[in-house]
Design a protein around this ligand. Structure first.
Ligand SMILES: Nc1ncnc2c1ncn2[C@@H]1O[C@H](COP(=O)(O)OP(=O)(O)OP(=O)(O)O)[C@@H](O)[C@H]1O
Length: 303
């Protein structure tokens, strides 16, 4: 069996003349947390909706766990989805609504599933609360609980932490981390720090097209770049570039040395230790070393 949970090949989506998604190809490995990144209007929600089977692609092929997501019943009980701005039907108590959804998905223990999912998102106190009485953040968590019931092999979460307070957002991130390895999670967010912390891999979309996709370490250049924060002393760039494994070096501002290295032929720890050792030998004082660049820097560079 393929180790891919999702495969998009040349997928496009047009709304009349508007091209929302343009020939996007990407893959999501089973057990990964995969991020969908992009500015407003980049095509994240449209891509997400096609993965869920809510929208048909206009062109290209899309497989979710080996089947087309629009095939009726093909993914029943195998995908949990939190759509963007999910609206809960009014007139229901949260617990009763979740149990109803659990029954619709043929889950054998609806109450157990509903309570377990609500607990995961920290919303047990809302069991008896009417859906229309929930705050925005509470409604979002109730909708997320729905996506988690039954531990489906694939969970798609469109902006799961948007509008949540910091403590609850951290709890939701922990729920996502706990799924890593046993369930596949696709998550879109504008919080790039959050995606960097959570994701194994990601795709960066811009105006409907794929700008870059890869593992988080590829996107952030972890295997090829590091930065040394200099406290005091001089850095002689030609001496750094002559060290084994170093491809290039430059100063960013007055106090950050950025070094690019050949991550295929040399281990990061060896090149970093050699560089730091060289600096210390030359009486340069160091405040810190960080690998790669922030995901945010990469996204801003690309878009
Ligand atoms: N039903 C629709 N009809 C017409 N245009 C649409 C429709 N849905 C989306 N679009 C357009 O497609 C483009 C991509 O929208 P999409 O919602 O996928 O972006 P997004 O990356 O999720 O944005 P955001 O971060 O703002 O949620 C936008 O230009 C949007 O206006």
């Amino acid at each position: 069996m393929s180790d891919l949970a999702i495969e998009l090949s040349g997928v496009s989506k047009h709304f009349g003349p508007k091209v929302a998604v343009n020939a996007v190809s990407l893959t999501v490995r089973q057990g990964d947390v995969f991020g969908l990144i992009g500015p407003n209007g980049a095509g994240k929600t449209t891509t997400f909706s096609m993965m869920c089977g809510y929208l048909y692609p206009s062109a290209g092929s899309l497989k979710v766990m080996g089947v087309s997501p629009t095939t009726p019943g093909a993914l029943k009980g195998r995908v949990g989805a939190l759509p963007q701005d999910a609206v809960l039907p009014p007139g229901w108590e949260v617990g009763a609504l979740l149990m109803y959804w659990a029954r619709l998905s043929d889950l054998p223990q609806p109450e157990h599933e509903a309570r377990g999912a609500l607990e995961k998102v920290g919303l047990m106190e809302a069991w008896k609360v009417q859906t229309q009485a929930l705050s925005h953040g509470m409604a979002k968590r109730a909708a997320m609980a729905q996506a988690l019931m039954g531990r489906p092999p694939l969970v798609l979460l469109d902006e799961p932490t948007a509008g949540l307070d910091p403590r609850i957002a951290a709890q939701v991130r922990q729920v996502i981390k706990d799924m890593k390895g046993t369930q596949t999670v696709v998550v879109s967010s504008h919080n790039l720090q959050e995606l960097e912390e959570l994701c194994d891999a990601a795709a960066i979309l811009d105006k409907g097209s794929l700008a870059q996709a890869g593992t988080m370490s590829e996107l952030t250049g972890q295997g090829a770049e590091f930065r040394v924060q200099i406290a005091r002393g001089d850095v002689i760039i030609p001496e750094i570039t002559s060290l084994p494994g170093v491809i290039g070096a430059r100063m960013e501002g007055t106090d950050v040395l950025c070094v690019r290295f050949d991550g295929q032929a040399h281990k990061a720890e060896e090149v970093i230790s050699r560089t730091v050792g060289h600096l210390i030998q030359h009486q340069t004082l160091i405040l810190g070393v960080s690998r790669g660049r922030r995901l945010e820097d990469r996204v801003l560079q690309l878009l």
